[in-house]
Design a protein around this ligand. Structure first.
Ligand SMILES: *Cc1c(COP(=O)(O)O)cnc(C)c1O
Length: 220
């Protein structure tokens, strides 16, 4: 099977309102080009240097998403072009994104990364930390950052009920935050959840953005 056929098959199974982020981390620019030629335009990367190197070799109209843990001192390298940062998970990072976005005369969209998994290894705001962060309201003073929704990763487990519970929790949190802080903000609309192993469940539970690597590009 080719990358093109993987993408075509995947597109048939996802509803039209769900955006597909092709996660190309650790795969070479040539493979991204193949997906691009199959019509894919949104790609997700998790390392700043790798992303910057690939961007230079690929078409300008690609929409690059950053999905990994983002260190503050590296924000400047992606600020000129990044379309969406899925991993806003602390306030100092927000400050730095604001600074670099302003320096580039841009507004950068970000998702609040929420820790929904039982596993300790996954990073993000806890639901309560996220509530506190929004309640404090400092983010409102940052005109170059647009908070556009939430992102979360479920526990890596064969227990589908647990995965479903975690995604459901994220969707409920999104609804709560939307009502409390973004009721009139059309940009707060993204729920990024679901990867190769669990995207079907994520869509059933309300995901509007799935991040798929292995199913498109094969193993890493
Ligand atoms: C690697 C990664 C993905 C893609 O995972 P697959 O299982 O290969 O689909 C999605 N989201 C994040 C945050 C990742 O780091």
């Amino acid at each position: 099977m080719t990358i093109q056929s993987h993408i075509d098959a995947l597109r048939k199974t996802i509803p039209s309102g769900v955006k597909l982020v092709a996660v190309s981390k650790f795969h070479p620019a040539e493979m991204i080009r193949e997906a691009y030629d199959a019509g894919q335009r949104i790609f997700g990367e998790s390392r700043v240097q790798e992303l910057a190197a690939k961007k230079n070799r690929l078409p300008e109209d690609i929409e690059w998403h950053f999905i990994g843990n983002l260190q503050r001192n590296k924000v400047k390298h992606i600020a000129p072009f990044i379309s969406l940062i899925h991993s806003l998970n602390n306030e100092p990072l927000l400050l730095e994104i604001e600074r670099q976005a302003a320096a580039n005369n841009r507004v950068i969209s970000c998702l609040l990364q929420i820790h929904i998994a039982e596993e300790e290894s996954k990073s993000g705001f806890s639901p309560n930390e996220c509530r506190r962060f929004l309640e404090e309201g400092k983010w409102k003073a940052f005109p170059h950052v647009r908070i556009a929704g939430v992102m979360g990763m479920a526990t890596f487990t064969a227990d589908e009920n647990q995965v479903r519970r975690e995604f459901r929790q994220l969707k409920l949190l999104f609804d709560e935050l939307k009502t409390a802080y973004f009721p009139d903000d059309p940009f707060f609309k993204e729920i990024s959840m679901g990867m190769t192993g669990d995207y079907r469940i994520a869509i059933e539970e309300g995901s509007v953005m799935i991040r798929i690597g292995t199913l498109i590009f094969g193993g890493r």
